[in-house]
Write a protein that binds this ligand. Sequence first.
Ligand code: AMP
Ligand code: GLY
Length: 419
Amino acid sequence: MGRRVLVIGGGGREHALAWRLAGDDQVEKVLIAPGNGGTAGGKIENVAATDIKALVALARQHKVDLAVVGPEALLAAGIADAFAAEGLPLLGPSQAASRLEASKAHAKQFMNRHQIATARSHTCSSVDEAMGCLDDFAAPYVIKADGLAAGKGVVIAGDRQEAEQVINSMLAGLHGSASHTIVIEEHLVGVEMSLIALCDGKRYAVLGTSQDHKRLGDGDTGPNTGGMGAVSPAPSGSGLDVAALAAATIEPVVRGMAEAKTPYRGFLYAGLMIAADGSARVLEYNCRLGDPEAQVLLPLWEGDCFAALAAAAAGRLADSELAWSSKAAVGVVMAAPGYPVRPETGIEIAAPQPDAGCMIFHAGTRRDEEGNLFSSGGRVLNVVATATDIATARHSAYAQVAKIGFSRAQFRKDIAALG
Ligand code: AMP
Ligand code: GLY
């Protein structure tokens, strides 16, 4: 009998997951909760459910063979534990395991305990202590809220005065309880790379490498965003031994979590800073697929994606090699005017059928009763192209962007061009 999958979330990452799973022959139906204006169609159906109780009920009612969680907040809130308590199959780490993303202080402690290379840091909960810690570092100062802050919890302060202001406002509750504790750390220099692995509690298998483009503007200028585009494989990883990088950054997490009796099942994302000499240090761990990295990784995943995800969820990831394409993928995010501060919603969008080799993954979109498409969030569309090399994929992605009617959309012109 065909498999039924529940994808949880409503962004571009979840659209790409639903699309990829729907491409597997053994998958008969993909429910996506809540999905967005572009997800429904073919085997994929949108279902309105966002809280853990409703999602558990949905999985039970539809007898899903697997649920896959996109966003971190639900993992930190214990969705994996709630599904496990009901005997429902879900891919994603438990609340205890997902603290690796939900608390940066905990992640730092974990990395130090397991000798994982990372920036030198101090964890502080009082202003006096934090001001004293600044003496141990030089500008620019890196200050991080301990908890989840929707991508806004990291500030790189150019001078001491700015660092002191950030410390004062974070500890005064800028991000609520998420910034009652902060981490101050050494500023690292290099190029970033995202290394993501599928883990089953004991074993792991790495996906392709990828690279996000976090700043709003061309040439890595302007404010940080959720991510304005991605490329796979990561140009910063060329010439590096990916298996060795995973052995240094993924393996100790899988082993350490198993030893702590909080086995890590799900996607594990290591955000790496690669220095000029090729050495890597971990900037952060995320307990999920990256967004927009997933949108370039999933089109390159060959073979039976459902089988690999279900095996990981069941603790039976047999083969440590995933079937991976040797092609490249480039994804350009089209964001609403005003993003990231105040994105304008309600702009009508005309998205054509994608060209061959291209995909248009939706994020902040909705449809009205007549089926017309409107922007409804900050990051609106992810335009992805695959090709034999990065330059060709880049060219196709931008040619597809040019065919989309979305007035005053913001997008970077240099995705995958920086190297
Ligand atoms: P995080 O959420 O910890 O990955 O931080 C978000 C972004 O801030 C990273 O992707 C980096 O671009 C930057 N960042 C974080 N930590 C550091 C650091 N120690 N040195 C330099 N940049 C950093
Ligand atoms: N692309 C960065 C993230 O998903 O956190």
